[in-house]
Design a protein around this ligand. Structure first.
Ligand code: ADP
Length: 749
């Protein structure tokens, strides 16, 4: 090989080696660059991780500090709570679901002082055992075993009821246990000793007050007895004196004595009623009665005063309301008498209207009744309106002093209505008038309700004449409901103008300004419509009867007129229309008596009829009465009778007289020395046994408390009369007990 070739070959080898070197260098630098980039990335990653670690470390620190703060707070709260629980005076404990004590405050543990056993971990049942074993609790009438059984049952119940236990030292503890979630129980032991003592004191005070109240009632009963006995003398004697011949002055004195006596009796009755209500001794005696009739009877009783004062009294009883209910008629009358009586008392001019409405319930039978008494009287000032229902409360001012009364009437009425489950109310405007009323729900009486008689179809059109709008409205309402056409006129003059051929009847008020009812009757009677029957409505029928114009009138009706009475009068008149008016008028004249006066019993009519054969013997009456004045009163009351009267001075005497005298009737005083009326009656009833004889015995008593009547009647007496005795009542009893073989006792009956 040539050198040149050798050189060329070497140069080529060198060039190849250089190229390889370059290549390797390029590879190396690329690898270096990659490495550098990687190292940079790694450095960045390390930095980020380091920051994260620092962050986490920070957070960890914070959580740690928060946790310790929270722990601190919990510790403080727990300490405070525990401190509070420790400081409360009442016992406090927690038990777990297995009834093991978790913790308790000092007050709780103090009850077990000195007993190391009662610490957390002890069971509730063991605590009960310790309490009885150590005598910590006073189980009273229960044995220790019973008490523990009772307490364990209670503890295990889902919601234990609070219980009061008595400790050995007479302290009373009320246990209140509350079961929480998971079965834990929080137990609270409250020391209620002072409350228990206070309650005991109140109880004792109430007992004392009730005893005093009973004593007061007994005292009142006795006082009423004591007062009624002499009152019997006063009222009875003045009644008798009134029957004798007296000059004008003497009559005035006697009337005054009697009226004052009666007024005093009203006061005694009011006070007695009120004390009975206060002592819860007043009972209601429900029985069937007719409400509308009761109202009309009261209206009739008050009629003389209404007339003297020139007032008008009206009764507006809802046509669709039944009239027979079950209630205590005596007490309902008492309330009505008080409210209507007050309305009349406190009204100088105008009218008093008694309105009765109600909603009968077809399903349940009781009926909600609403009674309102409106007057046009002095009214009550706003600031006194709530005051009047209080006891002894009256609207006190100069004007009021002219009225008598106890101020108890409304208080009693309110209590009576409340006892019946009702309520009383009042609306009033001074110098305008008042409206007192009450609502009460009463059951309907069994049996049919009195229905109005069917009206004859001939009575189609009635002309009503009354100056008082309220009365026109009532009559118009009543008659329209009966299907009658009504033309209302406010004066006689208007009536004369309105009268025309279709009018079947004129119903006119008596007392009207300008032309009164009788003058109107005369004007019509002398005119073309003389044949139209004319009915006068008057609050003083007696006066109308004697008036010369009476002949123009077919009937005079008492005002206020019971609805049933109005119907029957109208139907009578309606039936008599068309030429029969004369007969109707005659009938009405004959019957012009108070429709409410009971007609005499058949034997009474016979006894004094001239045809009745005269019996041989006199009726024998025995009166057992120890008080001389009362004997005298009784004797004078029956002095005009054709009877054989004997007195007995006490029960023993009465028994003797019963055998010797064989009375037909005995009046028996209840309180008498030696043997009282009840004992004497029991003895008499014993003697009578098997003889088939039973003499009627009437108790005379001044006792008027509840329960007395039952006691008296259960001793064998038949009737019961409260002193002071009334002549009319005595005569009534004698009259109705006269045996057939004796002469009628009342000569002038
Ligand atoms: P008394 O009528 O015996 O005074 P009440 O208890 O019945 O007692 O009435 C109490 C008072 O209420 C009356 O004294 C009177 O002042 C007032 N009062 C009662 N009813 C009316 C009435 N209709 N109009 C005005 N005042 C009345």
């Amino acid at each position: 090989m040539s050198l040149v070739n050798k050189l060329a070959k070497e140069r080529r080898a060198r060039l190849a080696a250089e190229r390889l070197l370059e290549l390797k260098q390029a590879e190396l630098s690329s690898a270096n660059r990659k490495l550098g980039r990687h190292a940079l990335a790694l450095t960045k990653q390390i930095g980020a991780t380091q920051a994260e670690v620092a962050n986490v470390r920070d957070e960890n620190e914070k959580v740690k500090s928060d946790l310790s703060a929270a722990n601190h707070k919990i510790e403080v709260a727990e300490r405070r709570l525990w401190h509070s629980i420790q400081t409360i005076q009442d016992g406090f404990a927690f038990f777990d679901a297995d009834s093991k004590l978790i913790g308790a405050n000092a007050a709780y543990l103090n009850a077990f002082e000195g007993l190391d056993e009662v610490t957390p971990g002890v069971s509730y049942m063991r605590i009960l055992q310790v309490m009885t074993d150590e005598g910590i609790v006073n189980t009273e009438e229960m044995s220790a075993v019973e008490w523990r059984a009772m307490m364990t049952d209670r503890w295990l119940s889902l919601t234990p009821a609070p219980i009061v236990i008595r400790m050995w030292n007479d302290q009373y503890v009320k246990l209140i246990d509350q079961r929480g979630h998971g079965g834990d129980v929080v137990s609270l032991a409250l020391n209620i000793t002072s409350t228990v003592r206070y309650e005991a004191q109140i109880h004792a005070a109430r007992e004392r007050a009730e005893a005093a109240n009973r004593a007061k009632s007994a005292f009142l009963a006795n006082m009423s007895h004591e007062i009624r006995t002499p009152m019997n003398g006063v009222v009875g004697m003045s009644e008798l004196l009134g029957d004798t011949k007296l000059d004008e002055d003497q009559r005035l004195y006697v009337d005054t004595i009697r009226n004052s006596g009666e007024a005093l009796l009203v006061i005694i009755n009011d006070v007695l009623d009120y004390s009975k209500i206060e002592a819860d001794r007043l009972a209601l005696y429900p029985e069937p009665f007719d409400l509308e009739r009761s109202i009309h009877e009261i209206a009739l009783l008050l009629q003389p005063t209404v007339r003297d004062k020139g007032l008008t009294m009206l009764v507006d009883y809802d046509l669709f309301l039944p009239t027979r209910f079950v209630g205590d008629p005596g007490r309902i009358r008492q309330v009505l008498t008080n409210l209507i009586g007050n309305a009349v008392k406190f009204t100088h001019t105008g009218h008093v209207v008694v309105r009765v409405t109600g909603v009968p319930d077809a399903e349940t039978r009781p009926c909600a009744i609403h009674v309102a008494i409106e007057d046009t009287g002095i009214g009550i000032p706003d600031d006194k309106i709530d005051h009047v229902f209080g006891e002894f409360n009256q609207v006190e001012n100069e004007r009021n002093r002219q009225f008598d009364g106890t101020g108890l009437g409304l208080a009693i009425s309110k209590r009576l209505i409340e006892m019946m489950g009702g309520s009383v109310w009042v609306e009033s405007e001074e110098n305008k008038g008042s409206c007192f009323g009450f609502r009460v729900t009463l059951p309907l009486a069994d049996g049919p309700q009195p229905a109005p008689p069917p009206l004859p179809s001939k009575l189609r059109h009635v002309l009503v004449v009354d100056d008082l709008a309220v009365n026109r409205a009532i009559l118009e309402k009543q008659m329209t409901q009966m299907g009658i056409r009504v033309t209302s006129c406010s004066s006689g003059r208007e009536a004369l103008e309105q009268l025309e051929s279709s009018v079947d009847l004129v119903l006119s008020d008596h007392n009207m300004p300008e032309m009164d009812g009788l003058e109107l009757a005369q004007a019509i009677g002398d005119g073309p419509y003389a044949s139209v029957p004319f009915v006068l409505h008057s609050s003083n029928p007696a006066m109308a009867q004697t008036d010369p114009c009476r002949r123009y009138v077919q009937a005079v009706l008492q005002k206020p007129l019971p609805r049933a009475e109005l119907y029957s009068r109208l139907s009578e008149l309606g039936a008599g229309l068309q030429g029969e008016q004369a007969r109707v008028a005659q009938n009405l004249d004959r019957e012009e008596v108070n429709p409410l006066t009971p007609s005499p019993a058949p034997h009474e009519r016979e006894a004094h009829s001239p045809q009745a054969p005269q019996a041989e013997r006199k009726m024998r009456i025995l009166a057992a009465e120890d008080n001389r004045t009362n004997q005298l009163v009784f004797q004078k009351m029956v002095q005009d009778l054709d009877v054989d009267l004997r007195f007995a001075n006490d029960g023993v005497d009465a028994l003797r007289a019963y055998s010797e005298f064989r009375p037909d009737l005995i009046f028996m005083d209840i309180s008498m020395p030696q043997m009282d009326g009840k004992e004497a009656t029991t003895e008499i009833r014993q003697i009578e046994q098997g003889t088939g004889r039973r003499v009627p015995i009437i108790a005379l008593t001044a006792h008027a408390m509840d329960g007395d009547a039952e006691e008296i009647l259960s001793a064998g007496l038949d009737f019961y009369m409260t002193k002071p005795l009334r002549k009319a009542e005595i005569l009534d009893r004698i009259r109705s007990h006269c045996p057939e073989d004796a002469r009628h006792p009342i000569l002038y009956d």
